[in-house]
Write a protein that binds this ligand. Structure first.
Ligand SMILES: Cc1cc2nc3c(=O)[nH]c(=O)nc-3n(C[C@H](O)[C@H](O)[C@H](O)COP(=O)(O)O)c2cc1C
Length: 175
């Protein structure tokens, strides 16, 4: 039963960028992630109390969700390694970053979508905490959007099945 979550797959992967109170950048891939409201726009993800992501959000109350394309799968995976607090995983993995519009955590340049969030609420479970943020600025690269929607054929979002197994989202079908 503890593996039931693996049946809710494949799920989009985001690199979550945060900063600690000293402004040091952290990045971690997460796939337990979902929108929860559209107006106001709220997105949420689930993480452990041990993660630097959780600790940083407790300190600075901001984060950015960066959608992971297939093209950076190796770099994304490198960012999941547990590194000492304060070490910038983006640098270690060879990814680029740039300033956000509103919040302190940066955009990941290689990611076609960046959602800047301010902490809205947390729900504390026994081992994991659901962290919800209000989107205060949303950025998508020009070719990532078609007819007002994400174009998966261009973006090729990396979707998580489990462990090191992924699906590449690229084929659309419509009703
Ligand atoms: C594809 C992928 C998806 C992941 N999804 C999650 C997740 O949703 N929640 C979580 O807590 N950890 C998840 N992890 C593990 C974290 O990325 C890992 O524990 C990381 O070291 C946490 O980094 P941090 O301590 O810098 O926050 C995932 C790892 C990978 C490779």
């Amino acid at each position: 039963m503890k593996n039931a979550y693996k049946l809710l797959a494949p799920r989009p992967i985001v690199l979550i960028t945060t900063v600690d109170r000293k402004g040091r950048i952290n990045a971690a891939p997460m796939s337990w992630v979902t929108p929860v409201e559209s107006e106001p726009p709220i997105v949420a993800f689930s993480t452990s109390y041990e993660s630097d992501t959780y600790r940083n959000i407790c300190e600075t109350e901001e984060f950015v969700l960066n959608l992971v394309p297939e093209s950076i799968k190796k770099q994304m995976y490198l960012c999941s390694k547990s590194l000492p607090r304060g070490v910038n995983e983006l640098e270690t993995a060879g990814l680029k970053w740039e300033s956000s519009d509103v919040v302190k955590p940066p955009h990941v340049v290689e990611c076609p979508v960046n959602l800047e969030c301010k902490l809205d609420w947390m729900h504390k479970g026994p081992e994991y905490v659901v962290i919800a943020g209000k989107v205060v600025s949303a950025h998508a690269s020009k070719d990532a959007i078609k007819k007002g929607m994400l174009d998966p054929e261009v973006v090729k979002p990396l979707l998580h099945v489990s462990g090191k197994t992924f699906v590449v989202g690229g084929r659309t079908t419509s009703l």
